[in-house]
Design a protein around this ligand. Sequence first.
Ligand code: NAP
Length: 283
Amino acid sequence: MAVIIDGKKISQQIKDELKERVEALQAEGKSGALAVVQVGSDPASGVYVRNKKNACAYIGIESLAYELKEETTQQELLSLIEKLNQDDHVKGILVQLPLPAHIDENAVIRAIAPQKDVDGFHPQSVGLMTIGQDGFLPCTPAGIIQLLKRTGIEIAGKHCVIIGRSNIVGKPMALLMLREHATVTITHSRTKNLQEICRQADILIAALGKPRFVGAEYIKEGAVVIDVGIHRNEENKLCGDVDFENVEPLTSAITPVPGGVGPMTIAMLMQNCVESIAKEGAV
Ligand code: NAP
């Protein structure tokens, strides 16, 4: 029987640990706020923003919400970010992606002060991660490392195959698995023999954004499978990139959707915020 990796439980443990740490930091006189900026009213983004505010409230840090209208210009958004960069009480700045098409996401990410970049998307954070130095780690891949470690899954020496090479999941995931001494293969839409490569994986991480794409034919018996995808199926139910029913019996451990990777992303965002408060904004 496969272990069903319980992201809900593990993320709750992390948030409880962070709550205690926030209390200890407050006793030392250290506090601060996370600024959450949303442009437009995309319903999915609205849910994510609400979850982030709730998580802040749970662990005991302040969140400041900036809900800007869809027509906000890039310059107006950059001015707000500059104001938040200068505000010593703000220890983390998160701009909810995607942004409306008239705004250059890269320019916005670069405008956030690296010492407040709790999403870990700024080129400086990415550079520090790449050379293995301290900096904010992107939340979804960092959350997956925690899921594996806290479930007692050995990473060192394992062959990890990642499907997807995006800047927010696939690429940083590969770097973090490498840091944990896995042997890493990154695959993408131009990869030939994808099934064959995936069948060599001890740990398979699916982050391609295609509902139930990864079936039993992609799995080596006993593999660990991590499903990053989030989709709504025809019945409006959440599902992942993995065909869970057919894949689960072949695995030694697998994440469900929902309740796997998703809750970890927010827990790791909270961790980055707490680290920023602990460092008083200096990375
Ligand atoms: P993305 O930017 O669309 O990237 C998808 C990647 O998958 C690309 O590198 C693409 O290759 C590759 N790909 C697409 N079709 C493929 C195929 N048939 N075979 C092999 N590779 C293929 O997506 P993302 O932002 O990384 O997100 C991936 C999924 O994770 C989405 O479902 C997203 O909703 C979910 N997600 C979940 C969380 C969470 O908290 N749980 C966080 C972030 C994302 P090319 O580069 O060649 O185009």
